[in-house]
Structures are given as C-alpha cells and as structure tokens.
Design a protein around this ligand. Structure first.
Ligand code: SF4
Length: 250
C-alpha cells in the first residue's frame, strides 16, 4: 500500500495529486495487465483519503459524524467504476439471504430514483439501500463521496433532512481530500485505458448486479456504466486539467 506520508493535501494540492496519481498507476499493475487491480487501487484511495484528512492542519476531530447517524444518506451518491464494482463484489460474497435482500433493496431504490433529478431526490429523501438501523452495511467499501461528506453539526443535518431550511456546515477539508484522491484515481484509470467517469450509485449497481461479466468488461476498457453517467462536469475539461497538473509536476 502507498500512503503519502509527507505531503499535506491542502498545502500542496498539485504535488499531492501527482504523487497519488503515480501511486494509483503502480496499484494498477503497470505491465502486469492481467493482475486484478480493483482492491489494491481502492486500498490506495481509501487509506490515502483517511491519512490525508488526518494529517491536515485542520483538526479532523471537530467533525460531528458518528455511527448511528444516517441523516445524509438520502443524498445522491456518485461513484467511480472501481468503487461500484467493489460493492457489487461484496454483495455477491455475502450470505445468500443478505445478498438477496441487498439486491432487492437496490432494485427498489433504483426504480424509485431513476427518473429523479438530484434536487428531486433531495426533496423526496429516499434513503440509500445500504442503510440498516442507521448504519451503513457496506461501510468498509463506501464510496469516496460518502467519506468526503462530513458535517460539523448533527442538528443541522437532521433539520436539512426534515426539509427545514438551514445551512449545513460541511467540512471543506474532507471535500478537498475526497476530490484530490478521486480525481487522481480517475486520471490513472484514464491513462490505463479504463472508463474513468463517475456514475449514479443505484443505477450503476443495478447494472453491475444484473451482469456477471460487468467487471471483466470494465477491466478490458468498456464503459459498462455509461447509462448511469453523471455529466455534471465536462470530461474533456477534467482530462485537460489532469494533463496540465501532470505536466506542471513533471
Ligand atoms: S453507501 Fe453507506 S455511507 Fe454512503 S449513502 Fe449509502 S448508507 Fe450512507
């Protein structure tokens, strides 16, 4: 595993991105094209996210998020293909009754949310299929988007969930580190010839769990989750930014 010990993501964001990009490239296996890159890749992502947040100058212990609070787990979740495929693996490896139940919940969530905009989903408040008694049942594999959404005020989150107008104080540190880690992973995936966009989680899991060959096809470079694409940001602009950062740090 590659954890960046020295660089502070907030103080040196470009160098941090570039070093992470190289760590992701190594985890993708270089010339060993047949090696399974999924878990090594996400180990780099998740461990560097936690480390990047912990080592920053901003005190992480002010964050109010805790087990048993799932107030924000009604927000649309955006994830990369490796994150989606890891959760699909976890579901397939679960005991049969749990696998069946999670697939049932994902289908229900997919049907309920597939035609809704992000704003409509916020208004509707449909819960994530992985919430069970206010805990996340895929916690160890939860996407970077979930890890990067951290609040300083539980009551503000509860008020927001109840539709009461309020300002939710979200940690900019978590948002920044999440963006840097996710973008560096996307950049390395792009350079490896794999689909590197972000996708809506319910819809993408519906695809991943309907097709046993999904993971193999993605590894070969197919954009298997294209119909679940989140197109909020131009991929051309993102690609140009990734290349500019790499050139700047070369
Ligand atoms: S994956 Fe887990 S942390 Fe993320 S929204 Fe769903 S329940 Fe919440």
């Amino acid at each position: 595993m590659s954890v960046l010990e020295v660089l502070d993501p907030q103080a040196e964001p470009l160098a941090y991105f570039n070093s992470l990009h190289r760590a992701f490239e190594r985890s993708l296996g270089g010339q060993q094209a047949n090696r399974d890159p999924l878990e090594p890749l996400l180990d780099v992502a998740f461990e560097n996210f936690e480390h990047g947040v912990a080592q920053s100058a901003e005190n992480p212990y002010r964050v109010a998020c805790h087990g048993g609070c799932a107030s924000c787990c009604t927000i649309r979740v955006v994830a990369t293909a490796p994150e989606i495929l890891l959760i699909a693996r976890m579901i397939r490896a679960a005991p049969k009754t749990m696998e069946f139940e999670l697939k049932r919940r994902i289908e229900k969530a997919y049907e309920a949310t597939k035609l809704l905009s992000e704003a409509q989903r916020m208004e509707h408040g449909f819960p994530c299929p992985f919430i069970d008694r206010d805990l996340c049942v895929v916690y160890s594999a939860r996407p970077l988007a979930c890890r990067g959404h951290a609040s300083y005020d539980v009551q503000a989150c509860i008020d927001a969930l109840a539709g009461r107008a309020c300002e939710t104080p979200i940690s900019s540190l978590h948002l920044t580190v999440r963006s840097l880690v996710q973008n560096a992973m996307q950049s390395a995936l792009r350079d490896s010839g794999r689909a590197w966009a972000t996708y809506e989680l319910n819809q993408a899991l519906h695809i991943a769990l309907s097709d046993d060959d999904c993971e193999t096809a993605w590894l070969k470079g197919e954009d298997v989750f294209a119909s679940a694409l989140i197109a909020d940001v131009s991929r051309e602009e993102m690609a140009a930014t990734f290349d500019a950062i790499k050139a700047h740090c070369a």
